[in-house]
Ligand binder design. Structure first.
Ligand SMILES: C[S@@+](CC[C@H](N)C(=O)[O-])C[C@H]1O[C@@H](n2cnc3c(N)ncnc32)[C@H](O)[C@@H]1O
Length: 447
């Protein structure tokens, strides 16, 4: 055994943005693949955690509402320990790591331990909250500056209340909603008009995004009813009134809807996103396909095969690979339909779509086409979903048997068999047969 001490790994301080996985940066996604250990804040949304590939060690670190309280450590000890043990550690933080994220303490602590680090910015909560509520933080003639302040400790953390009270810029309070009555009082006493408009935004950019519009004078009484435990941000200033005109998001038919998309058909996803849905695409799903021996014997006696879908085309290619057979040496006239044609073309096999007379037809439900999922729901961050988009009956049964569907879930599919099965099993079924139109209308149940 070597006496040499193990070289430390590295820590990546990465901003995960406010909640919508669509707001993750390209680099954050790359690092989710690169790192073997992922330490995340409790404010990081499930939809974001669901992007983490299978096989990573997930460690929850930090706790809600910690900012500003005295914490005994610089960087969480689990992060330090994992890096010292030689791991590449992704420290995934809500919003941006350098906005009220204890960035200084964490970096200095890593330096102290001799651990290299890199910092990747994320979209801070205030930027997400403003864009998804429909008001800018600065606007010509209304606000030409914006201040980010911590409202965690009643009135003591803001260095110059007088300037804030008299200025006409926008003031954003992080961690300040619960103490808004005190902050409002301070601002009013320094000269800010009591009827200054403000907005409190909860769970910004997630499916639970909610907004309370109020004024400095009234917010203190109204906040208790609005507060449901989600993180909240306060934006004070005239700009918040622009949401009356500029709110684009709440008008979308699928705004506030989260959909777990277990689909190979990426063209189904974009219309859902355009209609305002947050779509979780689990990267942890791998499907391996094969054709069982009995069916293979039968196939070998055929002169023509017609592949009805992508799954059967995948199965045929997997079976050939497994048996080390070259497709060119096989006896069939091969034809395929839809996605089956595309998949074969991706592999350099170009076929006609009209079946030969007498061809044996193979589709994903043909007895003998085996689909095996390699998926670890325990290691997955996905909670039982209330809406899923699913391609085939196998996937539906897999989701049900792994308790990844909520009891009253809505099952969306473009496959009639899936919809019938979902209905038989007591789920609500929604046809995606014409997906653009469905998304536009906000999806209509066929159950
Ligand atoms: C410790 S600070 C972290 C800020 C984070 N680094 C950022 O850039 O957004 C936590 C505070 O950020 C705000 N916050 C974070 N995520 C939020 C969200 N999705 N919606 C509303 N406020 C949020 C809340 O004020 C919360 O108390």
């Amino acid at each position: 055994m070597s006496d040499q001490a193990m070289a430390p790994g590295r820590v990546f301080l990465v901003g995960a943005g406010p909640g919508d996985p669509g707001l993750l940066t390209q680099r954050a996604l790359e690092l989710m693949h690169h790192c073997d250990v992922i330490c995340y804040d409790l404010l990081v949304s499930d939809a974001i955690l669901a992007q983490i590939p299978q096989g990573k060690t997930l460690i929850p670190v930090g706790y809600r509402g910690y900012c500003g309280t005295s914490i005994e450590y610089g960087m969480h000890p689990d992060v330090v320990a994992q890096a010292l043990a030689g791991h590449e550690v992704l420290r995934l933080k809500a919003g941006d790591p350098f906005i009220f994220g204890r960035g200084t303490e964490e970096c200095l602590c890593l330096q102290y331990h001799g651990i290299d680090y890199q910092v990747i910015p994320g979209i801070s909560a205030s930027l997400g909250a403003a864009a998804y509520t429909g008001f800018p933080l600065t606007s010509n003639g209304m606000a030409s500056d914006v201040t980010f302040a911590s409202g965690h400790k009643a009135s003591t953390t803001i260095s110059n209340w007088a300037a804030l009270g008299q200025g006409s810029g926008t003031l954003v309070l992080y961690m300040g909603a619960k103490k808004i009555a005190l902050h409002a009082q301070e601002l009013i006493s320094q000269g800010k008009p009591a009827d200054t408009p403000l907005a409190v935004i909860a769970a910004a950019t997630s499916t639970r995004h909610r907004v309370m519009h109020s004024t400095l004078a009234k917010a203190g009484q109204e906040i208790a009813e609005f507060d449901n435990g989600d993180p909240m941000l306060v934006v004070i200033g005239d700009v918040v009134t622009l949401a009356d005109k500029l709110d684009w998001r709440s008008k979308l038919p699928l705004s506030g809807v989260q959909i777990l998309a277990c689909t190979e058909h990426r063209q189904l996803i974009e219309p859902l996103k355009l209609a305002g849905a947050i779509v979780i695409e689990p990267v942890t799903r791998h499907v391996t396909l094969d054709i069982e021996d009995g069916l293979w014997q039968q196939l070998m006696s055929q002169f023509a095969l017609h592949l009805m879908d992508r799954t059967s085309a995948e199965a045929l290619l997997a079976a050939c690979r497994h048996r080390r057979l070259d497709l060119r040496d096989l006896p069939w006239a091969l034809t395929a339909e839809g996605d089956g044609v595309t998949l074969l073309a991706e592999q350099g096999v170009f076929v006609e779509s009209a079946a030969q007379e007498g061809a044996m037809v193979i589709q994903q439900h043909t007895k003998g086409v085996a689909i095996n999922y390699d998926y670890d729901p325990v290691n997955s961050a996905i909670k039982p979903a209330s809406r899923v988009l699913v391609d085939d009956c196998h996937s539906l049964i897999f989701l049900i048997s792994n308790q990844l569907l909520a009891t009253k879930a809505v099952v969306m599919s473009q496959c009639t068999e899936v919809l019938e099965l979902a209905q038989e099993l007591g789920f609500v079924a929604e046809s995606m047969a014409n997906h653009d139109e469905c998304a536009e209308k906000g999806l209509q149940s066929v159950a």
